[in-house]
Design a protein around this ligand. Structure first.
Ligand SMILES: Nc1nc2c(c(=O)[nH]1)N[C@H]1C(S)=C(S)[C@@H](COP(=O)(O)O)O[C@H]1N2
Ligand SMILES: [Mo]
Length: 258
């Protein structure tokens, strides 16, 4: 593992490729820990057969090139990720989680309360209606999954910087952490939390966020790889103690997988 230093300009852009190689060296291990994502499933997603060394190489270079493409804007907290038109939205938008779609958590919105803790002035819990009343923002952006696929989607919600301002977050703190209804957890660096395209989202394509895409809310960051974007958030906390993340704690790169 590389040192966990936010916004390092020296991030090793080939680390995902190295992770993939490591996994390919151990075919018994599930790539990225995902049940249905056998190597065959991954090959299908990346359009490579993995039937010979050449195709494995193509696959690895595709994963690696994907990260080369994203790296230009991945590490600059002020640079905006590309946005797209409605016509470019990927339909249907893929579902992904560390489990199958039949195990998506069913969160009851009526008695839902978002917890806020750590280095904040207000630890008040939030109802969904209170969150829905926050200033609105929308984006059509590309979600890039380290497993080798990407898709364009449309998310609506509120700028996360605005939410952090309302709870009186200490924005000089290092991390914002997330706890999710499905035992997933993630954490991000404060510059990314404050990035103008980082949204706390409640809708997908103009509709209430469907269960499989993270109801009741997903943190959407087009500047980060897919696994950094937590779905089904139930608690948000601000901290200087490195909180880790579901995949990070299994060896994936904290900053964003690149
Ligand atoms: N709570 C939770 N959030 C999660 C995950 C998960 O398993 N649980 N998977 C991550 C990964 S790897 C990806 S690619 C995206 C998938 O989001 P989607 O289902 O909207 O495509 O969610 C991310 N956030
Ligand atoms: Mo992912």
């Amino acid at each position: 593992m590389k040192p966990l230093k936010p916004l390092s300009p020296n991030v090793d852009l080939d680390s995902v490729s190295i992770d993939v190689r490591r996994e390919l060296d151990m075919p018994s291990r599930r790539l990225f820990g995902k049940r249905i994502l056998t190597l065959g499933g991954l090959a299908m997603l990346s359009g490579c057969s993995l039937s010979d060394d050449k195709s494995v190489e193509t696959f690895l270079s595709r994963v690696s090139r994907m990260n080369d493409r994203v790296q230009a804007w991945l590490f600059d907290p002020h640079r905006l990720a590309p946005t797209y038109t409605e016509a470019q939205i990927t339909r249907p938008f893929p579902f992904n989680a560390f489990y199958g779609i039949e195990d998506v958590p069913r969160v009851d919105g009526s008695d839902f309360r978002l917890k806020v803790s750590g280095l904040v002035q207000s630890r008040k819990v939030w109802t969904l209606d209170e969150l829905y009343a926050l200033p609105k923002a929308e984006q059509i952006t590309r979600h890039i999954c380290v497993e080798g696929w990407s898709a364009i989607g449309r998310w609506g919600g509120t700028p996360f910087a605005e939410f952090l301002r309302r709870v009186g977050a200490d924005t000089s703190a290092k991390y914002v952490g997330f706890k999710c209804a499905d035992d997933y957890y993630e954490s991000i660096d404060m510059p990314t939390a404050l990035h103008p395209q980082t949204l706390l989202t409640f809708t997908y394509d103009g509709q209430q966020l469907p269960a499989q895409y993270g109801y009741p809310m997903k943190l959407r960051m087009p500047t980060k790889l897919g696994y950094k974007n937590p779905k089904h958030i139930v608690e948000i906390f601000v901290t200087n103690t490195f909180p880790g993340g579901y995949w990070v704690d299994q060896g994936y790169n904290w900053f964003g997988g690149s």
